[in-house]
Design a protein around this ligand. Structure first.
Ligand code: CO
Length: 215
């Protein structure tokens, strides 16, 4: 039996276990999803959103990419964001990174990764913004981990810079934006920052919506 067949079997076992515990489990979930959270996390297989937050299917709307980036021209992320904010009306958006992130580590080298260079470039830009602080950290692992944190914080501000979030705020709606960092060593997710409609945002990034509310 190959790995994929094993996965399908495990799925059947899981579905049976759920039904044994609660015969209505899938009936309830099939109706509607009304999650309170949008999770923007790293694709790393060791950081599954539901598992580390002890939440159930239906509780977190999830978008993951390499190094949990929030890139203003990423149609995939923007589509998820728009649906989460305007249709699901999530109350919280969490940019969740993790220490020891391979994408962040790679961005601090001069290695050529082909197409991945274009993605990692965004992390190099975060490094350049905070080069003074980062260059003062001599230990390479600690420097990577601080860049992990700064990349999360910049990601949170990148969300605040979108017209999708600003429009929701202008209408008096959620979401609050949070940044958190997860440790693979102890399983703990630590809070880094919260940004909401009252937080300071450099005025150059503030839209006035007098010209209309389109994206
Ligand atoms: Co990662």
């Amino acid at each position: 039996m190959d790995e994929y067949e094993k996965l399908l079997l495990q799925n059947k076992g899981w579905a049976k276990d759920r039904l044994d515990l609660d015969p209505n489990y899938f009936n309830r979930l099939a109706d509607i999803q009304m999650p309170n959270f949008l999770w923007i996390g790293c694709s790393d297989s060791r950081v599954p959103a539901n598992e580390i937050t002890d939440t159930q299917p239906g509780e977190i709307f999830v978008h993951r990419n390499v190094a949990n980036l929030v890139v203003s021209t990423d149609l995939n992320m923007l589509s998820v964001l728009k649906y989460a904010v305007e249709v699901l009306k999530v109350k919280h958006i969490i940019v969740s990174g993790h220490y020891g992130c391979g994408g962040v580590k790679a961005s601090l080298t001069n290695n050529h990764y082909g197409m991945l260079n274009k993605w990692l470039r965004h992390i190099k830009d975060v490094y350049r913004l905070h080069a003074k602080e980062l260059d003062a950290i001599l230990d390479q692992e600690k420097r990577v981990d601080r860049l992990v944190e700064l990349n999360i914080i910049e990601g949170v501000y990148n969300l605040a810079k979108t017209s999708i979030v600003q429009k929701a705020w202008a209408n008096g709606n959620a979401p609050s934006l949070h940044g958190s960092v997860y440790s693979l060593k102890n399983g703990i997710m630590n809070h880094l920052i919260t940004v909401d409609s009252n937080s300071y945002l450099d005025p150059i990034y503030r839209f006035d919506f007098k010209g209309g509310l389109e994206d």
